[in-house]
Design a protein around this ligand. Structure first.
Ligand code: ADP
Length: 293
């Protein structure tokens, strides 16, 4: 399965361009869409799930065209929106059963099996009789991914899934997504949290102000930042000057002051040593210094 996007633009009615000439190919696996708030991620997702029409451009799922084959494409989709909420008064099991029926599982026996299996997979089988709106935040999010995955969709779109989750739940959710990629499936994960784009993402794209500024494997982004991340041993009085000159990633108290990690094209004015970049360094480096693709 492959999603092909060519020359995609979205201009809102007030004239604001939220997506500018996006060209992108997305293949099976976990695809991370990263960008700061306001970058255009939700706009992009809403177009992909056919909730919004683009102003121009082509979106294809294999040979199906989003403009002409909306219904067929919809049938292949699962969606976990950012503001996913659960109907009151349904048990967890009933909620998922309802979602399964909407996803086209009409046979009751088949549906029961699919629902039980999915509850197991997302770790909610033991709470299946609990009212869905009484689940914890992390459990609700897992129910959200379960409703997106039920009915065997070929494309699953997940918008900012870890917002408001504690670190443990966040890790659990990420692991759940990466296990799902063992099937033939495209999972698109949109987030403004760099840590959500883990090494389990086969590919990632970076959106900024409606433009696609990077598309490749996460390691490639890290590679770009190599030689541009530095650790400076600073004393108190230097801290402000460093912050004025460079984007600071972390400031850690040390014996005689601070260990400050910065990204920079070249380190001037302060002595420091180059350190191995991680994805967060690489993201900041690209946002601050990267101009071309
Ligand atoms: P993200 O999901 O990355 O935070 P969005 O797609 O929600 O970004 O928004 C991208 C930009 O488009 C933002 O600047 C937002 O204010 C603007 N925007 C979103 N919806 C509308 C709308 N209906 N009309 C005008 N501008 C909008």
């Amino acid at each position: 399965m492959k999603i092909t996007i060519k020359g995609l633009n979205k201009k809102y009615r007030n004239g604001f361009s939220a997506l500018k000439n996006i060209n992108l190919e997305i293949n099976n696996g976990l695809f991370g869409l990263l960008g700061p708030n306001g970058a255009g991620k939700t706009t992009f997702m809403r177009i992909l799930v056919t909730l919004m029409r683009p102003s121009s451009g082509i979106v294809k799922v294999d040979d199906l065209d989003l403009r002409k084959n909306r219904r067929q494409i919809r049938a292949m989709l699962g969606y976990l929106p950012q503001d996913f909420s659960v109907f009151a008064k349904l048990s967890t099991w009933e909620f998922l059963d309802y979602a399964a029926a909407l996803a086209g599982l009409t046979s009751i026996r088949e549906r029961k099996r699919a629902v039980d299996e999915m509850l197991e997979q997302v770790g909610l089988f033991d709470v299946r009789d609990r009212r869905a709106n009484k689940l914890s935040g992390g459990m609700k999010r897992r129910l959200g991914i379960a409703q997106a995955l039920i009915g065997d969709p070929k494309i699953v779109i997940v918008d900012e899934p870890t917002t408001g989750l504690d670190p443990e739940e966040r890790i659990r959710f990420r692991n759940l997504l990466s296990t799902m990629t063992q099937r033939e499936i495209i999972i698109i994960l949109s987030t403004h949290i760099v840590g959500d784009i883990s090494s389990t993402c086969t590919e990632m794209a970076l959106l900024n102000k409606g433009e696609l500024i990077f598309h490749n494997a996460p390691e490639k982004l890290i590679e770009e930042a190599r030689g541009h991340v530095f650790q400076i041993d600073a004393i108190d009085s230097e801290l402000e000057q460093i912050k004025e000159k460079y984007p600071v990633i972390t400031t850690i108290p040390a014996e005689n002051g601070w260990e400050v990690q910065v990204v920079a094209d070249q380190l001037k004015h302060f002595p420091g040593k180059a350190i191995e970049p991680n994805l967060e360094h690489a993201y900041v480096y690209r946002m601050e210094y990267g101009l071309d693709n």
